[in-house]
Design a protein around this ligand. Structure first.
Ligand SMILES: [Zn+2]
Length: 494
């Protein structure tokens, strides 16, 4: 028999073999046993958690000629076998990523009027359905409104938000969750013992951690690790293959951040390597921070020895570090160099911590450091109308390359990122240097362009009055106007 990769060999073929999706599986089995069959199903969830596997099992169950009492497909009848072998005529599987155009969809939809050849239903499974073009979606929608009774649609997607609401509303939605680490570990233990692969407990934990909730990824990672470790998995080697740092490295990294030791932090990163999984390193650091925070709350020492050195850390500092890590995780999906993202995140953790702000404030209060004539510069900044209007009420202080922009609270809250970018760019262009910009509501109203304008206005009016008072004609006109002032009184009105 030819060699089958683990992920294919252990792909579930009945509901009871599906891992970590109990709620979805039991809902589907109930709908089968109560004969409450929908004409369209939408499976949603991240990659590798069993969307198409469950759809296939459901398709088998719907077309099985010897369905078990437990609503499981028999995996033995002609229909089940043909689906398992990928040769079914009445179960049509399409990958929308490669066949997304209207012509493909039209060709497909033309076949739905034909009755199934030998089964109860003709079932269409469209994977990555969000990839279909809008025209294809529209064509599909028409068929979803009134499908022939022998047709069932199954859609799977990792990007639920890209599906038209009109499609979603016509489907029974089956949400699948990322599989928990513990569940993946248990499944791996089961598979490894059946496959006669030796392992230590920690290596299972490492593999399931690196799989980020995907059972398929856990199996393909295992494949790699098994061949590297020659079917005998040991923690140290598994770490090496997966590029997962030792817990001590993460603890040293956290210490360097708390000590504000930039040199040490960077040197740890550089030793870890430029080509490793930097997102994973940041997540490991956040896991450690989280564990420490929880131990602090529980007021007990942790089982993990390297946590205990950190138990006296200021809890708000831990919250700050975790929050900063969380905010920066999103940047890893931007396609920018992950090593740089990690380095900058760690620098932020050090430079922007509440303590270092106190020691070396980016917020400048000292008016003596006022290096620019702000109201004067204001006129020359190249800004769009909206940003310029907002900045009218700002006071600005520049100290070296740190620019503090102070705005009234009501403006500060509505200022969006585009406007900030616009403002920062205009300052950088004007001052011809790189700037670190900070915002606060500590406005010095005597220093705003708006105030300057008002003063000028007042001055202008005063000057005009002076000139006019010197004018003979003006005085004559004023003296001829006999203005009486009348007092209005409510009592007198009636
Ligand atoms: Zn069957």
């Amino acid at each position: 028999m030819s060699y089958l990769v683990l992920a294919r060999k252990w792909r579930p073929i009945r509901f009871s073999e599906v891992v970590g999706q109990e709620h979805a599986v039991s809902a589907l089995k109930n709908s089968i046993s109560s004969k409450n069959i929908h004409h369209a199903y939408l499976f949603t969830g991240t990659r590798g958690i069993g969307k198409t596997s469950i759809a296939r099992i459901l398709a088998k169950a719907l077309n099985c000629s010897k369905l078990t009492d437990n609503s499981e497909p028999c995996n033995n009848c002609e229909s089940c076998n043909s689906i398992n072998d990928g040769a079914a005529i009445d179960f049509i599987e399409i990958d929308a990523a490669s066949r997304r155009g209207i012509e493909d969809t039209k060709n497909l939809l033309e076949t739905i009027s034909y009755l199934p050849s030998s089964s109860n239903y003709k079932i269409y499974l469209i994977d990555e359905v969000h990839m279909l073009t809008p025209e294809s979606f529209n064509a599909l929608l028409k068929n979803l409104e009134e499908p022939p009774p022998h047709v069932i649609f199954m859609f799977a997607t990792t990007e639920y938000k890209k599906i038209l609401p009109t499609i979603i509303s016509r489907c029974l939605q089956v949400n699948l969750n990322p599989v928990s680490k513990k569940t993946i570990e248990n499944k791996l233990a089961e598979i490894f013992s059946k496959e006669k692969i030796k392992y230590d407990e920690n290596s299972l934990g490492l593999i399931s951690e690196a799989a980020y909730g995907s059972i398929r990824d856990a199996l393909s990672i295992s494949e790699k690790v098994i061949s590297f470790c020659n079917r005998n998995l040991k923690e140290k080697e598994v770490r090496e293959v997966l590029g997962i740092p030792e817990p001590e490295v993460i603890a040293r990294l956290l210490k360097s951040i708390l000590d504000e030791d930039v040199k040490e932090a960077i040197s740890i990163l550089e030793n870890y390597g430029e080509y490793e999984d930097h997102e994973f390193l940041l997540k490991s650091l956040m896991d450690l921070i989280q564990d420490i925070a929880i131990s602090q709350f529980e007021k007990k020492s942790s089982k993990k020895s390297n946590h205990n050195n950190f138990l006296n850390t200021d809890p708000s500092k831990l919250q700050f570090l975790f929050q900063l890590g969380l905010t920066n995780l999103k940047y890893f999906s931007f396609g920018y160099d992950s090593f740089s993202i990690l380095k900058m995140t760690l620098l932020k953790m050090i430079a922007f911590s509440p303590e270092s702000q106190k020691k070396n404030p980016l917020i400048i209060k000292d008016q003596e450091n006022f290096e620019i004539d702000w109201p004067k510069i204001f006129k020359d900044l190249n800004l769009n109308g909206m940003s310029k209007n907002l900045l009218k009420q700002a006071s600005v202080v520049l100290y070296e390359n740190k620019l503090k922009i102070s705005l009234p609270k009501n403006i500060l809250v509505i200022l969006n990122d585009d406007q900030k970018n616009d403002i920062e760019k205009s300052f950088k262009d004007f001052l011809k240097k790189d700037l670190i910009c900070t915002y606060d509501d500590d406005v010095n109203i005597n220093q705003t362009p708006e105030n300057e304008e008002k003063n000028k206005d007042k001055g202008f009016k005063k000057n005009i009055k002076k000139i006019m008072e010197k004018d003979k004609n003006y005085n004559e006109i004023v003296s001829t106007l006999k203005v009486k002032s009348v007092k209005f009184n409510k009592k007198n009105e009636t």
